[in-house]
Design a protein around this ligand. Structure first.
Ligand code: ARG
Length: 587
């Protein structure tokens, strides 16, 4: 079913067409002056230029034509020629009833659907996930849900960092402390031990030590570089040891994403495309796109109209090792061959913008992208109260699991303060606290435009009032409880009656849902879903405060109001789901 504004645009377009003016001018939008009209059309301004008549005169022609239309309660002109429209309440109810019958609440499936690859998460092997990865994960997951809901085929890939210098740092560090392991014995002909010589905890302490040593000591850095190059060239012992790193990290990584409620179709890493690199590099070189510069193989990407200088992309260092950009390019080759995407979205920190610009330019120039559009979906940082990227109290990198833990315990406190879930079984209370904590974290992140930085303020994020995840969860839970009480009294939601003043704004708000969802996807901006959902919850709360429901004696009116409540609940559930937020059954 078409959205309200589309149906209205059709009605007004007929008016323009009848006046021999282009139909597109009839486009109608929700009014930004609701005191003057629910909807407005600004087409008369453009029409005036085309027809060389005054905009007011044209607006008047259209208004005269629409005058008898019983779908409209009032049509008027404001200012230089804005056409304001008020819907007839019966028509508004009809439209909303249709939307209510639709399991998708009026959101159309895209046609044709495309395959959309979403690259997000991006954790690095052996390094703990930090808040930057958290933002990538939360935003990427929401986009995955959004594109999926619209009917696209989505393929999400975590694209873990498992092929760069940190791997060489770890290998050379372990070689230093445990030189007798068979992985370092060049004459060992395998097989290698099936059990990892290091645990995840070992890796988490070894890596920072190794990284620090490499920073302080040129020799150690050289060893790490040499180990990286040898790993990439395929030295069997190094590959076997590296495989252990992957295995122990992957298990923890999956657990961590699962606890966030985030699904990935693919747990691939940079290393997975290693077999594709040689052919790709040869191909770029043979077509003279790549050239040798100071021993390295580079692809110049600068364009005459660049505002800032864009340095060449380094495909291969002089020691033969592949770079971050090399694996990203080979990953494009892999994805295009495997999935034939129409669109590839990279949800990665905005500070990597230059990297993606270089990669996309080479992919396009080299014809690697198979015609797919590629977009870097950048985001800003989550800061501490000091305005700098969020750290632990001790000043270290905040681990994702600790952060989630913090949110959950703050949420438990808040629930207790609000007297919620107090007498539920302890396991249910824990589950609810976890759901509320995650909602606080995800909503706070998503409600800011992704490119802006924001300050981590757990006290505010976990409040049950204001624009927060917990507020929206609570709004949904309250409606669910209302409907449960109604069901206990055998009262069922029914068709909506033409609205009165207390209901009308809620019907109109529900009518905006399809546009809000589509616009959020088009702009890759989940914050628009947050804004809309918050507005909807507020509109519901106004309606709820103004109307009797369970105590209403007019049964048709009661069923209609229950219908409105049920529809709002379905909308909130859907919107929160698009944000990756789950709603408890009760609180
Ligand atoms: N591992 C990278 C990092 O931590 C992020 C990976 C993003 N995705 C990509 N295809 N480059 O910075």
């Amino acid at each position: 079913m078409p959205a309200l504004t589309e149906t209205l645009s059709d009605i007004v377009a007929d008016g323009f067409a009848a006046a021999d003016l282009p139909r597109e001018l009839g486009s109608v939008a929700t009014s930004n002056r609701p005191d003057l009209g629910q909807f407005q059309c600004n087409g008369a301004m453009t029409a005036a230029r085309i027809a060389k008549r005054s905009p007011r005169e044209i607006a008047q022609t259209i208004v005269d034509r629409l005058a008898g239309d019983d779908r409209l309660a009032a049509v008027s002109i404001a200012g230089p020629g804005f056409i304001n429209l008020m819907l007839d309440d019966r028509y508004l109810a009809d439209q909303t009833n249709q939307q209510r019958q639709d399991p998708r609440l009026g959101v159309a499936q895209v046609d044709p659907a495309a395959t959309v690859i979403l690259d997000f998460g991006g954790p690095n092997i052996a390094k703990p996930m930090h808040v930057g990865h958290l933002r990538a994960t939360i935003i990427g997951d929401s986009l995955q849900r959004l594109f999926g809901f619209l009917g696209h085929r989505t393929v999400s890939d975590v694209h873990m960092g498992d092929w760069g210098l940190p791997m060489g740092m770890l290998i050379s560090e372990i070689a230093r402390v445990q030189p007798d392991l068979p992985y370092f014995d060049g004459s060992h002909s395998g097989p290698y031990p099936p059990v990892s010589p290091v645990t995840l905890e070992d890796l988490e302490t070894l890596y920072p030590e190794a990284a620090k040593a490499c920073k302080d000591d040129e020799l150690r850095l050289e060893q790490a570089r040499a180990a990286t190059a040898a790993l990439q060239r395929g030295r069997p012992g190094y590959r076997a040891l590296w495989q252990h790193f992957i295995n122990v990290s992957l298990a923890a990584m999956r657990r961590e994403f699962e606890s966030l409620g985030v699904h990935f179709d693919l747990y691939k890493g940079e290393a997975d495309v290693d077999p594709l690199i040689e052919t790709m590099v040869q191909d770029l070189a043979s077509r003279h796109l790549a050239r040798i510069d100071d021993g390295a193989l580079v692809v110049p990407v600068a364009r005459a109209d660049d505002k800032a200088e864009i340095p060449p992309l380094i495909l291969r260092k002089s020691d033969g090792s592949a770079m971050y950009a090399t694996t990203d390019l080979a990953t494009i080759v892999d994805r295009v061959a495997e999935h034939h995407p129409g669109l590839m979205l990279y949800v990665v920190d905005q500070r990597q913008h230059l990297h993606f610009e270089q990669v996309f330019r080479v992919a396009e120039a080299g014809g690697l992208s198979g015609g797919a559009a590629m977009e870097h979906i950048g985001f800003g940082t989550m800061n501490g109260a000091d305005g700098r990227p969020f750290k632990t109290r001790a000043g270290g990198v905040m681990k994702l699991s600790d952060l989630i833990e913090m949110c959950q315990s703050k949420a438990a406190e808040r629930l207790a303060e609000a007297g919620l879930a107090g007498d539920y079984p302890p396991e249910e209370r824990d589950t609810i606290a976890r759901q509320v904590g995650l909602a606080a974290l995800k909503f706070a992140d998503l409600s800011n435009h992704r490119l802006s930085n924001y300050v981590f303020d757990l006290d505010r994020f976990t409040q049950f009032e204001g624009k927060t995840g917990p507020y929206l969860q609570y709004a949904a839970v309250r409606i669910r409880s209302l409907l449960r009480k109604a069901a206990e009294r055998d009262l069922a939601p029914g068709d909506l009656l033409p609205p009165g003043d207390a209901e009308r704004p809620l019907l109109l708000k529900l009518g905006q849902l399809p546009e809000a969802v589509v616009s959020a996807a088009e702009k890759r901006a989940p914050n628009e879903i947050c804004d809309y959902a918050y507005g909807l919850a507020q509109e519901f709360s106004r309606f709820y405060n103004a109307c009797h429901i369970l105590s209403e004696t007019d049964t048709a009116l009661q069923a209609s109001r229950l219908g409105l409540a049920e529809m709002t609940l379905r909308a909130l559930d859907r919107l929160l789901d698009l944000l990756g937020i789950s709603v408890p059954d009760r609180m």
